[in-house]
Unconditional design. Structure first.
Length: 194
């Protein structure tokens, strides 16, 4: 497809135009579907069209689930034209340097709940309570949290904080964990498995 024909092609579909215009950070299909209040299958097809048109690309292509997509250079220019045509202000991006495979890995319900809950050093039982306060439908035990914390320790997302006279450590997010949390919360904090 010729570069000049890309913007009109995008504008032929309102959903395609809305999806491209809505990219403010890397997102999964499920996150975009929730953002646009439409079905996951419809957004998945639109993402396939945008990937085929070389407007977005998958940042963690080896992942089987929670694939994270972001604009290409051509996609960013096209997004600016589409946003202008829709009467929206241009977007500026300040994305952290992040392992996008790790970000996609965190986007499962319990993992994202733990990251979202860790706003200060907490024990696993406190993390569970904080996560359940944020999402009343969440079914997660302190043992689930302990297992997730072990995985987060291996991947460098959390670190233990030992205080004198305390038997069990508290855990806090590392810089990488805080970057993941910031991105996660800016998309609504929802877990994504699509």
């Amino acid at each position: 497809m010729h570069r000049r024909a890309i913007s009109p092609w995008v504008m032929k579909s309102l959903l395609r135009a809305r999806a491209l215009a809505s990219f403010h950070q890397p997102q999964t299909v499920l996150q975009m579907a929730r953002r646009l209040h439409t079905g996951v299958d419809r957004v998945g097809y639109v993402f396939w069209e945008l990937v085929t048109g070389k407007l977005i690309e998958c940042l963690n292509a080896r992942a089987r689930q929670s694939r994270v997509y972001w604009l290409t250079a051509v996609g960013a220019r096209c997004q600016a034209r589409v946003r202008r045509a829709l009467g929206l202000r241009p977007l500026s991006y300040s994305l952290p340097s992040l392992d996008w495979s790790l970000f996609g890995w965190v986007l499962f319900r319990h993992r994202s709940a733990v990251v979202s809950a860790l706003d200060h050093p907490l024990r696993p039982s406190d993390i569970k309570r904080q996560a359940r306060r944020r999402d009343e439908r969440l079914r997660m035990s302190a043992n689930n949290v302990r297992e997730i914390i072990k995985l987060f320790l291996e991947r460098g997302l959390v670190r233990p904080v030992k205080e004198p006279r305390e038997h069990h450590p508290r855990y806090e997010l590392t810089d990488a964990g805080r970057a993941v949390r910031t991105l996660l919360l800016s998309t609504g904090g929802a877990a994504a498995t699509a």
